[in-house]
Write a protein that binds this ligand. Structure first.
Ligand code: MN
Length: 221
């Protein structure tokens, strides 16, 4: 368990600068800064959705996480340690949602492009494990539609380096299972309802145009 946690921590610190966003009280997790303007992802994700999703939903998860961790045996642990060790319940739910959302908002590029595709190591790994980018897209879109209710669909990396698609209910995260989350689709309705209403498939399909593959690749082990 100690080895596993050390590996996970190293990874999280490497792939997400936002995981270490802290200020004077080291026991508290602080809101990251949105790495683009709220309108930068429109029309794929509108400014209104970003303002609610980042500004209200993520803020609430961060506030709940800090409140629940305070004065518990988890106070002072990093987010990664809490996710690895906390029992099922409100603290774990909020910790998972903080990590999921921090990675989610960080993974987009404000320059939507058609034919946006991975290159380099991540492209090679996708080719090896899925037989190509088109297959990955198809499988992630299918998994996003198949997930009943709220949750996440992740491209994640196992400890052995292999990539796989992981469906997570509610606030669960591949990090809880010892995997490294690389690319996440939030299929809670709050992620798309203002822009797409019930059209989850259309929302997910459009996200491919704004994925920053350099960020996704930087999260690999
Ligand atoms: Mn969300």
């Amino acid at each position: 368990m100690i080895t596993f946690c050390a590996i996970l921590l190293l990874n999280l610190n490497t792939f997400s600068t936002m995981d270490t966003t802290r200020c004077s009280n080291p026991a508290e997790y602080h809101m990251p800064t949105l790495p683009y303007q709220s309108y930068a992802l429109a029309p794929i994700i509108s400014a209104e959705t970003i303002e609610f999703h980042f500004g209200k939903h993520l803020q609430t998860y961060v506030d709940n996480y800090n409140r629940l961790a305070k004065d518990s045996r988890f106070e002072g642990m990093t987010l990664s340690e809490v996710i690895a060790n906390a029992p099922e319940g409100p603290l774990l739910n909020n910790a998972g949602q903080v990590l999921n959302h921090v990675l989610y908002f960080e993974q987009f590029t404000p320059y939507p492009t058609k034919n946006n595709a991975p290159t380099g190591n991540i492209a090679d790994a996708i080719e090896f494990d899925f037989g190509g980018f088109d297959n990955l897209k198809k499988q992630m879109e299918e998994a996003s539609l198949a997930l009943f209710g709220s949750g996440w669909v992740w491209l994640a990396q196992e400890e052995n380096g292999r990539l796989r698609i992981v469906s997570c209910k509610n606030g669960d995260t591949p990090a809880r299972k010892g995997m490294t989350p690389l690319l996440g689709f939030d299929v809670w309705e709050h992620a798309y309802y203002l822009d797409y209403q019930n059209r989850r498939a259309e929302h997910i399909h459009n996200l491919w145009d704004i994925i920053d593959w350099n960020i996704v690749q930087s999260r690999m082990r």
